[in-house]
Design a protein around this ligand. Structure first.
Ligand code: NAD
Length: 439
């Protein structure tokens, strides 16, 4: 039996031993889905606090229930460790480590490199490796293939198998989760794609096999670039509507009644999260090596990056109209997570809004039911969420809604606040109010 046939057999009957490198927002849900599908899963993560929590059956990711982790741990279907040497026994390894951008806008590949270096020590014949981390096109072939295969004299597509499968997790979403969101899979060779697809089909409902790893890498960048550019478009629309004295929210809702050829995107205080603001920049970074300027991405990025500044300038003007200065005024920022109903503040535009308000001399505080504390890594400031929301709303000269969490009672906020600037149209359904201005 060939190595490929033997491995596919083990993957299909789920006797293959599998590991997931990186147990964060992506890796932990994936580990649970594979464990629940009947694979014995080993999670490896250098963060000891996460490993200790998982050993006790506790989840630290809101979308993953502790009950699910605890059941798998007790049933011996999931173990987690900081010890990479477990990789020596593995047949299948999925890499789900972070891929942030450096402050200079270049991709930070250090997590992929360190995971790859650990894995490289334990590479052997009969392994399949799938990279899930979002990255620039070419990473799987240019970075992983030499280090994991060529350096060990392993022939790709015969001795071992390598593929890219972009993660599509959308934190906080309940209708589409890891198990029922179709997964794209592209191998370095056709055989690589077939083996990796056989593995993932054992746990994920739909796996869409494309011809190359690059096609899979590029498909993820298309998805997120599509979102980023369309958000950039509606953000610019919001700016244009303000000049024209037209309500942008009314315009978008009207356009969205068209049953075909239009997809609704909404403006806001800027992009946030681990994906939309970052991933398209991987593509533009890569294209620069061809002396090609990814113009749509650069333009949308410029518009989106300026939105926190635009929100603050709108607030400044509104306060001026009320005869107040931003300098010295109490401003309460409501919601700092990068999107509603989640506890993730990564790349959130709220951090920029708060920083800009502070620079204008405002006395800024914030409230977020999901984020008790924020720390701005680059600017070095810390802040705690106010404890009593309604007391702070009453005391503030202005309330700025940055994240439209569902749990907020917006009617009560409007009734108590002196002035509200709503950058998300969280209050839109409540009607027009003299003390509310919307983006
Ligand atoms: N979070 C999302 O919504 C989302 C959605 C789609 C794609 N992605 C992509 O998936 C990847 C992972 O994102 P995430 O949100 O899960 O990140 P995360 O920060 O939540 O988790 C990453 C985990 O990897 C661990 N880690 C770091 N170095 C490691 C190493 N050398 N070996 C093993 N583990 C290591 C970290 O300790 C952490 O627990 C990124 O490329 C991201 O862009 C994320």
């Amino acid at each position: 039996m060939s190595i490929k046939t033997d491995l596919i057999k083990k993957l299909k009957d789920k006797s293959a031993k599998m590991a997931i490198l990186g147990l964060g927002y992506v890796g932990l849900p994936l580990a649970v889905v594979f464990g629940e599908a009947g694979f014995k899963v080993t999670g490896v993560d250098p963060d000891k606090r996460k490993i200790d929590a998982l050993a006790k059956g506790e989840s630290y990711i809101p979308d993953v229930k502790s009950d699910a982790v605890s059941k798998l741990v007790k049933g011996g279907m999931f173990t987690a460790t900081t010890d990479f040497s477990v990789l020596k026994d593995m047949d299948a390894v999925s890499i789900c480590v972070p891929t942030p951008l450096r402050q200079t806008g270049d991709p930070d590949m250090s997590y992929i490199v360190s995971a790859m270096e650990e894995l490289s020590k334990y590479m052997h014949k009969g392994m399949v490796v799938v990279l899930e981390s979002t990255t620039y096109p070419g990473t799987t072939r240019e970075l992983l293939l030499p280090k994991l295969g060529t350096d060990h004299n392993l022939t790709i597509g015969e001795d071992w198998f390598l593929a890219f499968s972009p993660e599509r997790v959308d934190p906080g979403r309940e209708d589409f989760t890891t198990i029922n969101t179709p997964k794209v899979m592209g191998g370095i060779t056709q055989a690589c794609g077939e083996v990796a697809t056989a593995w993932y089909e054992g746990a994920i409902k739909t796996v869409h096999h494309v011809s190359t790893a690059e096609a899979a890498e590029m498909s993820k960048l298309l998805e997120n670039t599509f979102r980023m550019i369309n958000i950039g478009l509606v953000n610019e629309l919001a700016i244009m509507c303000e000049y024209l004295g037209v309500d942008v929210w009314e315009v978008i809702d009207a356009a969205a009644t068209k049953p075909f050829g239009f997809m609704k995107f909404t403006p806001g205080p800027g992009l946030g999260g681990h994906c939309i603001p970052i991933d398209p920049l991987y593509l533009s970074w890569k294209m620069r090596s061809f002396n090609y300027n990814a113009r749509f991405i650069e333009l949308a990025s410029e518009i989106n990056t300026n939105m926190p500044r635009y929100v603050v300038s709108r607030l400044l003007e509104a306060m001026n109209d009320l005869g107040k200065t931003l300098k010295g005024s109490k401003v309460l920022v409501m919601g700092v997570a990068y999107k509603p109903d989640i506890d993730d503040v990564r790349e959130s535009p709220s951090l920029d809004v708060i920083g800009l308000l502070q620079k204008k001399g405002a006395d800024v505080s914030y409230h977020d039911p999901y984020i008790p504390h924020i720390h701005h890594e680059y600017d070095g400031w810390h802040m705690d969420s106010v404890k009593d929301l309604m007391k702070s709303v009453k005391e503030a000269d202005a309330v700025v809604i940055v994240t439209n969490h569902k749990v907020y009672d917006y009617k009560a906020v409007i009734e108590s606040a002196k002035f509200v600037f709503d950058s998300r149209n969280a209050t839109g359904k409540l009607g027009a109010f003299a003390n509310v201005e919307r983006l």
